[in-house]
Design a protein around this ligand. Sequence first.
Ligand code: PLP
Length: 703
Amino acid sequence: MNTTGSDFIKALNDVAHNLWWTWNQSAQLIFKELATQVWEESNHNAVAVLNSVSPTELQARLGETDFKERVQEMLDDFDHYMRREKTWGGVNMPDFQDHPIAYFSPEFALHESLPIYSGGLGVLSGDHIKSASDLGIPLVGIGLFYRQGYFFQTLGVDGMQHETYPINHPENMPLELVRDRHGKPVETFVEIGHSIVKLYAYKLNIGRISLYLMDSYHPDNEEHYRELTARTYGGDITTRICQEIVMGIGGVRLLKTLGIQPAAYHMNEGHSAFLALELARGKMLEGRSIDEAFSWVKDHCVFTTHTPVPAGHDRFTLDLMHFAFANYSAVLGIPVEKIMEYGRVHPHDEKETFCMTVFAIKMSRATNAVSALHGDVTRNMWRELFPDRPAEQVPIQHITNGVHILGWMNSPTRKFWRKFLGEDWEYHIMQGDFWHRVADPNFIPDEAIWALRYNLRRLLIEFTRMRLKEQQRRVGANGLKPFDSFLSPDVLTIGFSRRFATYKRAPLIFSNIERSLRLFNDPDRPIQIVFAGKAHPKDDNGKALIKRIVELSKHPQLFGKVAFIENYDINVARYLISGADVWLNTPRRPLEASGTSGQKIAIHGGLNLSILDGWWREGYDGSNGFAIGNDDHPQDEHEQDRMDEANLYDAIEKQLLPTFYNRDENNIPREWIKKIRRAMQTLIPRFNTDRMVAEYVNKMYKK
Ligand SMILES: *Cc1c(COP(=O)(O)O)cnc(C)c1O
């Protein structure tokens, strides 16, 4: 392609409006160079950058030949990516080309500049979509547009979390209001209670995939319904059921309006399960009986469950269902009492509430959990739904989560892999044998791996210093000087960032404070740690954990060695997962269904130090990282905490420190690097979303 003049401007706009650029580091650099300050202040928003650069300026900037060449090259890459004909999906899913998979999820974490996600579930959905695009899988996403997203976190001087909700303006985002042929905005609606709630839809391009986000901010809606889709998991249980009606029922109607006829509907978590009602309604309108309609539904839906605790599943009382479905139940032609039966383990037990997970399992031809261990837990949890089978034969399989490798990489890492594996390594991510070569020091020298580790650790440390200074300035503190030497680039650096839910036990590494102080202050073999994470606005216990960590970071013997970075998001995550030598994960087993943050680190040469829960239970092979304890986990919480605490200190003192600080004459930790190679070789090809999505195609999407 040879682009000229104003074509360049249009082409750059197309790229800014396609999140493909979020996993192409050359494109990111181009946007950054165009308007660096706008780029930084907008949390890396390409649309905001282009909105701030006039066509005249852009024209002039392209007068610099080197820049223009790089833009041209990037545009060619994009063009090639979008047109590529020989894809995994093309080869493996020929029947799906006109009938995509409709993928429903309550949140999508795609980039830091699109704050419409809360955490792990969103990251998984976002990565699912990106890999579907890379593999050329016909798929369309459905979700909600949260104008206020999830909250922005700041911490008071006392370490208390404060929440604010900045407004997301669609015109400053890569969103496009969906319009019909005549340019009129496409509208759908849902019945909620006795009201009609109208919905707009925004389209987001993610490589070759379209994601539609529905928005109830419509002038015709009653005011409280205008705010219905404002916040991710906001409001109370009534807000929850109403949002779920919008997503499930509204989503099916939107697909119909757009003329999309999916081959299957994938419910990522139970929140979207009301889609089954609307699908059944469609079939009954075609003249089928209730039973035939639901049997059609069951033949076309698949379901992924993520929640290992009974309390985590959405449950609605009969009263709430009566309120929410007051009108819709008549439209559907099924009384609310009958709908209730579909969402109960024992359909006729009137004391039982309506459970979205039960409903989703009953409405799906296939259900999966998200790791092998979580599969066991889930089969046990729902065995009553299959009374004639023993738990191990409950028809719920597992597909272990993964991460979108390209999207989680930063520039130095991408460069590193291109240098050693060649330009097209990105098409071989899920090929196990492709990664054998990283075991060979003649292929990648120890020195190169160690240089990468130093580079990434320094980037994290400098980022942390910058953020801590910003935090200090905001609370009006002066004396920022000490923060210029906060953390040391030569010290074993531990990362811990995730939701601050109590079961994740963030302060476990401080449970014996004497022992911790010795570890952090060892003159020869010290450690340091960087934390980040949000607690749910209503989770006071989670907030107390954050407060505890912040207080510890001010302890005179820990100052400069323990950091808490505010407002965990994808950008903070990218620094942490690349910069940390060791990724700490301390959930109470088996409450971590899978976890994905630990999967992001292998590509950067990080090592996991984790309880054998979720994905790490199957990822750990004895030499590719570190385990805290073994499979032995007492039921009693306090007993488990005591045991894990002892095992954590043991692993650090007896395994991590000797391996990391044992250097040869060139000051290189050969044994540590051997573990890094082992982690890269065994983990990268397995715990990525290319493998995961391919598994979804083979086990769930194909009949
Ligand atoms: C990866 C990631 C998560 C999920 O991490 P877990 O280890 O699964 O809890 C949550 N939030 C952000 C911003 C992430 O990048």
